[in-house]
Design a protein around this ligand. Structure first.
Ligand code: AP5
Length: 193
C-alpha cells in the first residue's frame, strides 16, 4: 500500500492534481474539503456547523475531520493506497493519521508539497469564485483568511513530516501537465524501490 499526502496552501492545485494522480495510480482520493462540502449539501448537522467555520476561512475542529478520515479508511479495506488532499492540516491531525495508518499496518510514503506564491493563490481562487459557487472563494478577505490560517496552523505540518524525511517540495506554478509530470516523477522514484 502506498499512501501520499498532497500538501500545499489553498489554491495550490491539490484538488486538480489529485484527480489525475488517483486515476493514474489507482488510489482512493480522500479530500476533507470535499467530504465537508458533501455534508453541507446534504444539510447534515455536521455540515451546517462546518459551513459557518468554512465561510470564515477557518479550520473546522480536528476531531471532526479525523472522524471523517477514520470512517473513510474503514470503508475502503482493500485499497491500493490513499491520496490525502487537504488533510492533515494541523500537527494533531498528522499524529492522528499516523496512528490510524499504523493500525492498518501502513504509513505515509511521501508528502508532496506544492509551492505557489501568495499572489498566484489569490488570483486562482478569486478566479474560480466567479463560477464555482464555493462561498469561500467569493471574497478576497475570506481567501486571504484561508491563506493566513494555512500559515498559522498548517505550514508546520511539513516540518512534522520533515523529521521523517518524507517531504518533497514541488514547484506548483506552471501548466497542470508540467506539475503532474513533476509529481509523477517523485512517486515513480519511490515506487521503483
Ligand atoms: P479545501 O476544500 O481543502 O480547500 P483548500 O485547501 O482551501 O483548497 P482548494 O480546493 O481551494 O485549493 P486546491 O489546492 O485544492 O487547488 P485546486 O486544484 O482546487 O478546504 C476548504 C475548507 O474546508 C477549509 O478552509 C476548512 O475550513 C475546511 N477543511 C478542509 N479540510 C480540513 C481539515 N483537514 N481540517 C480542518 N478544516 C478543514 O485549484 C484552485 C484553482 O486553481 C482552480 O480553479 C484550478 O483550476 C486552478 N489551478 C489549479 N492548478 C493550476 C495551475 N497549474 N495553473 C493555473 N491554475 C490552476
Amino acid at each position: 500500500m502506498f499512501n501520499i499526502i498532497l500538501f500545499g496552501p489553498p489554491g495550490s492545485g491539490k484538488g486538480t492534481q489529485s484527480a489525475r494522480l488517483v486515476e493514474k495510480y489507482g488510489l482512493i482520493h480522500l479530500s476533507t474539503g470535499d467530504l465537508l462540502r458533501s455534508e453541507i449539501s446534504r444539510q447534515t448537522k455536521l455540515g451546517l456547523e462546518a459551513k459557518t467555520i468554512m465561510d470564515r476561512g477557518e479550520l473546522v475542529p480536528d476531531v471532526v475531520v479525523v472522524g471523517m478520515i477514520a470512517s473513510a479508511l474503514e470503508a475502503n479495506p482493500g485499497a491500493n493506497g490513499f491520496l490525502f488532499d487537504g488533510f492533515p492540516r494541523t500537527v494533531a491531525q498528522s499524529e492522528a493519521l499516523d496512528t490510524l495508518l499504523q493500525e492498518k499496518g501502513t504509513s505515509i510514503g511521501v508528502v508532496l508539497a506544492l509551492e505557489v506564491s501568495e499572489q498566484e493563490l489569490v488570483k486562482r481562487l478569486l478566479n474560480r469564485g466567479l463560477t464555482s459557487g464555493r462561498s469561500d472563494d467569493n471574497s478576497e478577505e475570506v481567501v486571504r483568511a484561508r491563506i493566513a490560517e494555512y500559515h498559522k496552523k498548517t505550514s508546520v505540518v511539513a516540518g512534522y513530516y520533515q523529521q521523517f524525511n518524507k517531504v518533497v517540495n514541488i514547484q506548483g506554478e506552471g501548466t497542470v501537465e508540467e506539475i503532474f509530470f513533476l509529481l509523477c516523477s517523485e512517486i515513480d522514484n519511490r515506487l521503483s524501490y
